[in-house]
Write a protein that binds this ligand. Sequence first.
Ligand SMILES: *Cc1c(COP(=O)(O)O)cnc(C)c1O
Length: 442
Amino acid sequence: MKGIPMSAGAQGNEELIKRARRVTAAEVYDIGTRFPAVYTEADGSWMTDVEGNRCLDVTAASGALLLGNRNPHVVGAINRYIAEHGVVFASTLSLPRIELAERLCEWFPAGEKAVFTKTGSEATTTAIRLARAASGKDLIVTSGYHGWHDWHTGFLTMGYDAGTRTVTFGYNETALERLLTEFADRIAGVIVTPEPAWFGADYYQRLSALCAKHGVLFIIDEVITSFRYGQHGLNGTGGVPADIITMSKGLANGHAIAAILGKAEVMDCYDAAGIAGTYTREVPPMAAALAVLDVLADGSALANARKQGTTLMNGMRDILDAVGIPAFVGGPPMMFDVVVPSEALSWDLYRAAFDYGAYFEDSGTHMVTTSFTDSDTDHALTAFEKGARKVAATTNFEPGGLSVDRKAEFAAEAFGGNPVDSAEVLAKIDTMVRRIAAGTQA
Ligand SMILES: *Cc1c(COP(=O)(O)O)cnc(C)c1O
């Protein structure tokens, strides 16, 4: 028996990354956009690499974690389920599945019924299949990232894609209003990922009301916001009505599960939509999700995370100000954005902070977990400050705040945001409307 590698023996980070390059690992996704470490364990907010270096995780593992690693309630629940009950049964139904559906439907206003998949990409794909089946219509109108599946790989480009029958409206209200006015009888649903650093709850309430007025299903992709926007997502905490919501990241604190919640009449189209999935029956992640909901129930864990996130966000703003780097810092405390003058500078800042023991997302969206303590947040700020001072010492900046153009460029590049009615955007709207009317790509 060769066994499972728990420690690397003599091999260090560099050697292991070379070994990974030979057999696995995409050059950009796994290597170019990550900092050079191979981790062997994590506890709470801290990770330890093969060389024994400890590093604070300020990415929440891309949002997969909500309570930090090895939360005792979650570990206890999932271990106990596997040891005493099993992992999958012949039937897709189980007690945890029924209980989880009931609790999520109580937790989120959009929920009358729930179904489950493994990932966020599958959840949003399920949602649009349900919308098409329930409405008997075909066009999907979308803004923001919903995963990597074929139907919306062009999510950064405003316009109509005849191949996937999707229209990307770039978070532009003029565009959405025009699309709904002209094509409501062809639009199956509108699906939007909340970008709460950029648009307030009132913005999403207007989108939701516009869809309702035109009789079009409104879907909120809450894969990341379901607990990070507030205790009950944009749907509950933000008071934004929806026909369907999707969630995944953090739901089972790192275990793979996603949920699609919605109106009964929409969810009842599951069979007609031809949806399936072997692992919709995997029970232990559902047990883990129930443990997560138990931990979150009294609100104190998320209140701590919001407090830590607020301290971190304000601290990072003050540090950037003190070292003279123009920046926009904003958003909900559990998922805020830091925009600096360029993507390259953003990378340099966080790469430098990594050398002082804090792993930030280089794109500038930061996420804490409920496991953060005051001293963790202090550590993150100290590492960020040391890194920022080092970078600022060798770079020149234009005086004044971050330019409006840079903010707009970030929004366009990060999530396809084109909310301002410039002449160029209005021309794009005209073109997409013409193409849809003609039913062609040209
Ligand atoms: C991450 C994410 C997805 C995709 O989820 P995966 O689990 O990576 O497939 C979809 N929508 C949003 C809003 C996300 O943040």
